[in-house]
Design a protein around this ligand. Structure first.
Ligand code: BES
Ligand code: MN
Ligand code: ZN
Length: 502
């Protein structure tokens, strides 16, 4: 979908659908038809005001009101999305309602729309949020359907924004298309997206946007002594891969941070010998969502060009119960030299990340963020709403949390107290890969921490948030591409002091 900025007056905008949003009234005397919407109402001969008077237009969050052929307007339709209370509104809500509008109109086979800005939301940031929302809402997960339901929206114009909006549209397009790239990978079935194919996709993407890329095969992985990754890969006939993508800025300040992004890319998780039950197992094709998020973020960063170097390390394998598979009780030696007792072969994500983190450190990163669909426990705790966040360096963790907030990705900081460490003590090795029933997300994070040393590190457990089973008004069922927007915001600002100290 093309997104452009237009300066024509309201009445003259010829479009299939003119979209804007309405705030819920703050008190008894307030009314939803005010400001820009009041102007629109006047141009349209009062039809919007009459809907509000009848109680059919309230501005309640994500309420949709559609009008056909309103008088006085060249637009064929007016679509008003409820924005909720104004004091609870911000760019995350704006992004989301733009996505709702896109999905609503797409379902009605509309091909083009105009998005009308509102007071306080006319600048580059607002234009970026709207562009992201529209492009995310326009995403289709129907790649393998021979008959597509309704084609995507083709064009959108932004009306009433200020002169900075064009930059925002450009950034929004890059971010949303990169997030959609991650979503598309998450949706791919595992027979068509093996570690080998994922690596090919990563290489193709890297070439397209100008990133350096290297793919290590089984031999390269063995040369690095990545015993934890190899242990997981043993059970599969598909060979493992390790992807390394590097963005180098034109000029980085001396002593500037080097950001390492480590993503879990299990292209299918059967659980291995500790095999999972059949129910819902098909979902485990999305167990590479952490890796996909890192690929999406790298794509965006290559185009947005932050002033810090960023290195993505993505270990990828299937977790299968083949005849040569590792077995419960096996001991593997990780790249770092630590010995791991594999109590449960289904706790495989932390094993491959252990070696990914060790390798990122060897490549010289000064900060690490990993993203992984790591634990069912984080889904139990936070559902599909918040991703779990763990960290060892409070300042860096706060930075990631701040980026998540700006990017409109909900995240919740969970504990990583020293006391949880006891749960991963092994009788015969340095550590074991599971920590018992309690605090499963925290003990998984502790396992990763064993490999981060003193490098500031944040772990994002996206097991609950990387996939939607029930479609939402702003997104369909499938991969969500969560993490991409947060990581992009983080890298774009990492050369500066944290926002709170600026
Ligand atoms: N990929 C799963 C985590 C997961 C579960 C993601 C459900 C999405 C939905 C991970 O590899 C796993 O199997 N974790 C186990 C760990 C356990 C064996 C300690 C889990 O959470 O059950
Ligand atoms: Mn597993
Ligand atoms: Zn897994």
């Amino acid at each position: 979908m093309s997104v452009t900025v237009d300066t024509r007056s309201l009445a003259a905008v010829t479009t299939e659908a003119l979209v804007s949003f309405v705030f819920e009234r703050e008190n008894e005397t307030g009314k939803p038809v005010e400001g820009v919407i009041e102007e629109l109402d006047r141009t349209a001969g009062g039809v919007i005001g009459r809907l509000a008077d009848a109680g059919e237009l309230t501005g309640k969050k994500l309420e949709t009101t559609l009008l056909h052929f309103a008088p006085g307007l060249a637009a064929q339709r007016v679509l008003l999305i409820g924005a909720g209370k104004r004091n609870k509104f911000g760019t995350p809500e704006l992004r989301r309602l733009a996505a709702v509008a896109a999905r609503y109109l797409k379902a009605r086979s509309v091909k083009n729309l105009a998005f009308l800005a509102r007071e306080g939301y006319r600048d580059a940031l607002a234009a970026q949020a709207v562009t992201e929302g529209l492009l995310l809402g326009n995403f289709d997960g129907d790649k393998y359907k021979t008959e597509k339901k309704n084609g995507p929206l083709e064009s959108a114009v932004l009306v009433g924004f200020d002169a900075t909006a064009r930059d925002g549209v450009e950034r929004g397009r890059i971010v949303a298309e990169s997030q959609n790239f991650a979503r598309e990978l998450g949706d791919e079935p595992s027979n068509l997206l093996t570690p080998t194919v994922l690596a090919e996709r990563a290489v193709a993407m890297a070439r397209e946007v100008g990133l350096a890329v290297e793919v290590l095969d089984e031999k390269g992985i063995a040369d690095l002594k990545m015993g934890a990754l190899l242990g997981v890969a043993r059970g599969s006939a598909e060979p493992p891969k390790l992807m390394v993508l590097t963005y180098t800025p034109e000029k980085a300040a001396p002593g500037a941070p080097v950001l390492g992004l480590v993503g879990k890319a299990i292209t299918f998780d059967t659980g291995g010998i500790s095999i999972k039950p059949a129910l819902d197992m098909e979902k485990m094709k999305f167990d590479m969502a952490g890796g996909a998020a890192m690929l999406g973020a790298m794509r965006a960063l290559a185009l947005l060009k932050p002033r810090v170097k960023v290195i993505a390390v993505i270990p990828s394998t299937e977790n299968m119960p083949g005849g040569r598979a590792q077995k419960p009780g096996d001991v593997q030696i990780a790249m770092s030299g630590k010995s791991i007792e594999v109590i449960n072969t289904d706790a495989e994500g932390r094993l491959i990340l252990a070696d990914g983190i060790a390798y990122a450190k060897q490549l010289g990163v000064t900060h690490i963020v990993d993203a992984a669909t790591l634990t069912g426990a984080v889904f139990v705790a936070l559902g599909v709403v918040n991703s779990g966040v763990f960290g060892t360096d409070d300042a860096f963790t706060e930075r990631v949390m701040a980026s998540a907030k700006t990017a409109g990705e909900k995240m919740w900081h969970l504990p990583l107290d020293d006391d949880y460490r006891d749960q991963i003590k092994s009788t015969i090795a340095d550590i074991q890969n599971v920590g018992g029933r309690g605090a499963g997300a925290s003990t998984a994070a502790w396992f990763l921490r064993e490999f981060t040393g003193d490098t500031p590190w944040v772990h994002l457990d996206i097991a609950g948030t990387a996939w939607l089973d029930d479609p939402k008004p702003w997104a369909g069922k499938g991969g969500t591409g969560v993490g991409v927007r947060t990581l992009v915001d983080l890298a774009m600002n990492l050369d500066q002091a944290p926002a709170s100290k600026r």
